[in-house]
Each structure stands twice: as C-alpha cells, then as structure tokens.
Design a protein around this ligand. Structure first.
Ligand SMILES: NC(=O)c1ccc[n+]([C@@H]2O[C@H](COP(=O)([O-])OP(=O)(O)OC[C@H]3O[C@@H](n4cnc5c(N)ncnc54)[C@H](OP(=O)(O)O)[C@@H]3O)[C@@H](O)[C@H]2O)c1
Length: 306
C-alpha cells in the first residue's frame, strides 16, 4: 500500500509498504483523512527511516479486531493511531482508541479530533475540578491549544490563552470569552496551566501558578530546555508540576473510547470546533510538514488520504 514514511533527514516521502499487521485488539481502517500536527514533526525527526507517519485517523473499518472489541467492518470511524500510520492507505488502530463517527460529522472534522482532543482533555484533567478555575493554556493558537481553551470554557473555567506575539492574538478573536495574553502580559495566579510550548515559556509560566495549582506539561514545542527554579515548590505551596501524555491510561475503564465519543458528540453539536484552517490532499503533506516546522501553519491542517 502507499504510505508517507520518514526519511533520514526529518522529512517524509511516499513509499510502498506492507499493510500493517494488527494485534488482537487492533482494527484495520481504510484511511480517508488525517492531520498534520507537531507530534508528526517530532516523530519524523526521531523515528528511523521508513517509519509510517500520522497520528489521527478517520476512515472505514475493513478488518475487525480479532478479539471482537471495537466497531464492525464497514463502520465509519475516527481514532488515534498510537503506533502511527494515519498517513497511509490503511492503518491499524487499537479498539481502545477508536469510535464510530457521529452521523453529522464529516471525515475531515473527525480526523481533527483524536490526537488534539485527547491531549487537551488529558491536560485539563490534570487538576480535576474546573468549574470556576483559572486556567491558562500556552500555545493556545495551535491545534491542541484551540481545543483545550474551548473544552476548559465548556467546563466552566475562566480561560486565558497565551499567544507568542500580540499579532497572534487575532487568531483567537472568535472566542469572546477568552483573555489572550503574551508572556510579558501574563500574571496569574492560575489554578491550572496547560503548557503546550515548553522551554522558556514553561519556565516563565511556573511563576504564574496559584498555591495548590497544577502545571501540566505536555510538550516541548520550543527547542530550548525549560528550567525549574530551585525553590519553586517552596514558593508555590502545594503546587504540582506533572507530565501528561494523551495515550496514557486510555485502555482503563474504556476511557479512550468514552473521551473520543465525547469529542465526537461535542463537535457534532458544534459545542467545540477543531478549527480546521486548511484541508488538502496528502500529496501536499511533505511540504506542509516543513512549513509547520517553520511556524508558518496556524490551527489544524487536515489531509485527505484517498
Ligand atoms: N503530551 C501529549 O500527549 C501530546 C499530544 C499531542 C500534542 N502534544 C504536543 O503539544 C504541542 C502542541 O501541539 P499542536 O499540535 O497544537 O502544535 P501546533 O499546532 O504547532 O501549535 C504550537 C503552538 O505553540 C506555539 N509555539 C511554537 N513554538 C513556540 C515558541 N518557541 N515559543 C512560543 N510559542 C510557540 C505556536 O505559536 P505560533 O503560532 O506563534 O507559532 C502554537 O500556538 C506539540 O509540541 C505536540 O507535540 C503532546
């Protein structure tokens, strides 16, 4: 089958590869749409040459899971391809991270939800109760950030989005309930900081956390390393700095399936919008991945695979 795979210089190229072999809990999906995200950019740089890329999957089940879990053949589905492969004609996706797509949701919208939505929910969950909480999301103009601010707002939080420059504020203008700030303007205190940037931004954000608050670190988007001041824990009584991964713990009690189902319903009823800024053929993916690395893409890019 045709797939986009890694090269030895951090880029991707089309290659003929064997169809993935499913484990007993994986289903084979004929892919119709996927996304280009920063996770793909990291993976392209870190994976050995020849590795299929693509974390998000929307498509149709062509082979059911051997253990009987998950949707049946012919079901339109969306999922998170934990071992990648969304940029391929067929992808293996675990039944714990795959759900039927709600009728009114297009494949494009469905593809834009799994990776970013699961990450946003995992970050917001780090502090538990959100009603009335003061939440800061860094990297708020990115694909994960835009979903995180909307989900925090839906949960009753007071939401602030950190943008990289005053000009970038414009990208969040549609969210009239959101306060958009640059790092020079942010003050806090925030009960929860969902950090999607890392580096210098995370180092600065640490000083804005409230007593007993949580800083959920999900990313190293920025290239530099973050530093934690020696007395940070003493200066912010009861505060916690936690590392969060979107694929962690999703098998437990059907959590992944419930979360994906929730994201699908919220998007179908237009209570969240993954804000697709570009939909294009996967032929464009190599160039668009490079553009993402140069910070030239905003919001979420969807690629149509077939
Ligand atoms: N832990 C997990 O499970 C998990 C899951 C999914 C994603 N992630 C990570 O989460 C991060 C965000 O993902 P995404 O898909 O939303 O990426 P994205 O769409 O590229 O968004 C990145 C955001 O970070 C900002 N940014 C980039 N470099 C920056 C810098 N040096 N200083 C300040 N701001 C900067 C961007 O602002 P500009 O528009 O100004 O460039 C943008 O708002 C990525 O690092 C990704 O790998 C983690």
């Amino acid at each position: 089958m045709r797939a986009l795979t890694t090269t030895n210089d951090g880029t991707v190229e089309f290659a003929e590869v064997p169809e993935p072999t499913c484990t007993s809990s994986e289903l084979l999906v004929r892919v119709t749409a996927s996304t280009i995200s920063r996770g793909d950019l990291h993976a392209a740089r870190l994976s050995p040459p020849g590795t299929p890329m693509g974390l998000d999957v929307a498509g149709v089940v062509v082979e059911a899971a051997a253990d009987g879990s998950g949707p049946s053949v012919g079901t339109r589905v969306m999922g998170y391809a934990a071992r990648a492969g969304g940029w391929a004609e067929k992808a293996a996706v675990d039944s714990s991270l795959l759900v039927p797509v709600p009728k009114a949701l297009s494949d494009d919208l469905a593809a834009a939800l799994p990776n970013s939505g699961l990450a946003a929910l995992a970050g917001l969950e780090a502090s538990g109760f959100l009603l009335g909480s003061r939440v800061l999301v860094t990297g708020a103009t990115g694909g994960v950030g835009r979903l995180a601010v909307q989900l925090a707002h839906l949960s009753g939080a007071e939401v602030t989005g950190l943008v990289s420059s005053p000009e970038r504020r414009e990208q969040l203008a549609g969210f009239d309930w959101l306060t958009a700030v640059t790092a020079d303007e942010a003050q806090g205190p925030f009960d929860l900081i969902v950090d999607l940037v890392g580096g210098e931004v995370l180092s600065r954000a640490l000083s804005w956390v409230a007593e007993g608050g949580v800083v959920a670190s999900l990313a190293q988007t920025a290239s530099e390393t973050a530093s934690v001041p020696l007395f940070w824990f003493a200066m912010h009584k009861g505060a916690r700095l936690v590392s969060v991964y979107n694929s962690e713990g999703q098998r437990e009690a059907g959590r992944g399936v419930r979360r994906l189902g929730l994201l699908g319903r919220l998007a179908e009823t237009k209570r969240i919008d993954p804000q697709i800024t570009r939909t294009t053929s996967w032929e464009e993916a190599p160039g668009l991945l490079a553009a993402l690395g140069r910070r030239e893409l905003e919001g979420r890019t969807v690629v149509r695979v077939s």
